[in-house]
Ligand binder design. Structure first.
Ligand SMILES: Cc1cc2nc3c(=O)[nH]c(=O)nc-3n(C[C@H](O)[C@H](O)[C@H](O)COP(=O)(O)OP(=O)(O)OC[C@H]3O[C@@H](n4cnc5c(N)ncnc54)[C@H](O)[C@@H]3O)c2cc1C
Length: 480
């Protein structure tokens, strides 16, 4: 049977740096990747990063620290993340930014900055490359290719890990299925860098309170790494910590896939709202211009199906800055003509009928907002951006969905990133990193800028180095 010191499952955001570092220690490393390409979610991710104490911050005179980063995170997510894992990654994240820069990262010159897409940090510690996640991948790829060219490294693409072997409570091997064959690989160390489950609607419903899935995840984010660990006795955490992203529109009217280009412009710091956001019953549920996206996301999470109608009229359609800036004119025309989630109506009663909102509630919501626009009364939700009444003739509504960028639940790990059983004991030799440990482990019930990609890179590197240097990793040479 083939034997490796370390098997890294998944060659994405966390798996690639993990393998690079593990190979550098001289350990015999196998990387198995289910897709026919490496990079995982970096192919679609915005690749926003965060890190305190980087050289770039120092150059700009920004005084920042891991402690301040931690305080900001715990302010935003109300302490719902794992402090012990945050303590592992945050002090190393500034160095991750430096490492990317040393390896040719094409940093957007506006960075580091404060980003408003997610709840804003108090300090300028968010960064991104000019090509988003692809910029990160462009740094990782040559380093990964060089590592895989070494004699102690093997890469198997289009090969999926389908099971784990344990012996006396320790990892003993992994079953992989590649083109036309199933193989058993012997190893004492498996790293599950398999990402989340944002492309697996069934698993999403099971691990996320039965919610329907609207997703921008890569197809490879199928949760299979989490499932094989569960079968080996691993405990999960974070099932109760889902927070939807505010908000997406599926690419197709009857589909659940959201592409980033089709995201509506709902960040008030970028575009103030001219529309109303109404529940499927026609009620207001949020202050649309609330500068806190966290407030808006929690309001959406409290709605039973985490969706809303974005309502406006023809005059606003003509006058307001684009609500859907990434859509082409042809895509928009096709959507308004044919999609059930893009509704036009000559009057409010017809709008209620076509959207199935309650006509009384819809009329009351608009009347109260319109009164606020004329100054007759205050807006019932406290909204202050009141550009003009939504009075028709000609009304419009677009159905928007709370959506998934990262999945909250994942494998429970200890501070060495060793996977734990439900009784809290470690499964020796089984490790997890990246979104496989649950997006909520670091972000809690919140979206924390850069706190998926950066920890995946940072802890991926740390784990690869640590495992490669551990005495347990060097068995192959002596056994051979
Ligand atoms: C549209 C979008 C935008 C985002 N923007 C940001 C952002 O700006 N900043 C941020 O911090 N986060 C962002 N995220 C989240 C972040 O990108 C991900 O959480 C992170 O990239 C996941 O890294 P990972 O290594 O855990 O998984 P991935 O990068 O997804 O890698 C997992 C790899 O494992 C492989 N795999 C899975 N199962 C198996 C198996 N059984 N056998 C073999 N291989 C397997 C997959 O094919 C994949 O290649 C975004 C996510 C999306 C979808």
């Amino acid at each position: 049977m083939e034997r490796y010191d370390i098997v890294v499952v998944g060659a994405g955001t966390a798996g690639m740096p993990c393998a690079i570092e593990a190979v550098a220690t001289g350990a015999r490393v196998l990387v198995v990747e289910a897709q026919d390409q490496v990079g995982g979610t970096l192919h679609v991710s915005l690749g926003q990063l965060s890190g305190a104490g980087s050289a770039l911050q120092a150059e700009r005179g920004i005084s920042d620290s891991a402690k301040a980063h931690m305080a900001d995170i715990e302010r935003i997510n109300r302490g719902t993340g794992r402090r012990d894992i945050l303590e592992l990654t945050l002090p190393r994240q500034g160095a991750t930014i430096d490492w990317l820069m040393e390896n040719g990262f094409d940093m957007d010159p506006v960075c580091p900055t404060i980003l408003h897409l997610h709840e804003a940090y108090r300090e300028a510690r968010t960064y991104w490359g000019v090509e988003g996640g692809i910029s990160v991948l462009k740094v990782l790829t040559p380093l990964f290719d060089a590592a895989m060219a070494k004699p102690n490294a093997t890469l198997m693409l289009s090969t999926k890990a389908t099971g784990l072997k344990t012996d006396g409570g320790r990892v003993a091997g992994v079953t992989v299925e590649g083109p036309g064959c199933t193989r058993e690989i012997a190893t004492d160390i498996v790293v599950l860098a398999t990402g989340g489950y944002g492309s697996n609607a069934q698993l999403f419903a099971r691990l996320t309170g039965g919610q329907a899935l609207y997703t921008a995840a890569m197809p490879g984010s199928d949760g299979s790494g989490i499932e094989i660990a569960e079968q080996a006795g691993a405990a999960l955490r974070g099932q109760d910590l889902f927070l939807p992203t505010y908000a997406g529109i599926p690419e197709k009217g009857d589909g659940n896939r959201v592409i980033w280009r089709h995201m509506p412009s709902l960040t008030p710091q970028v575009r103030q709202p001219w529309e109303l956001h109404l529940t499927t019953e026609g009620r207001r549920f949020v202050r649309e211009d609330d500068p806190s996206v966290d407030n808006r996301e929690h309001a959406l999470a409290a709605e039973p199906d985490m969706s809303f109608w974005c309502v406006f009229d023809d005059a606003i359609q003509d006058k307001a800055p684009a609500l859907l800036p990434g859509w082409t004119a042809a895509e928009l025309a096709a959507a308004w003509n044919a999609r059930p989630d893009f509704v036009t109506a000559p009057d409010l009663a017809t709008l209620a009928d076509r959207t199935e909102m309650k006509s009384d509630a819809l009329a009351e919501s608009l009347a109260a907002y319109n009164d606020a626009c004329t100054g007759a009364s205050a807006d019932p939700m406290g909204r202050t951006h009141l550009p003009q009444a939504i009075a028709g003739p000609g009304f419009r509504a677009i159905r928007m969905r709370g959506m998934v960028l990262k999945t909250p639940a994942g494998l429970d790990v200890d501070q060495t990133l060793t996977v734990r059983r439900t009784d809290g004991t470690p499964i020796t030799g089984l490790h997890a990193v990246g979104e496989a440990i649950g997006g909520s482990t670091l972000s809690g019930r919140g979206f924390i800028s850069g706190m998926s990609v950066t920890p995946a890179l940072t802890l991926g590197r740390w784990l690869g180095r640590t495992l490669g240097q551990s005495p347990g990793a060097r068995k192959t040479e002596s056994a051979a």
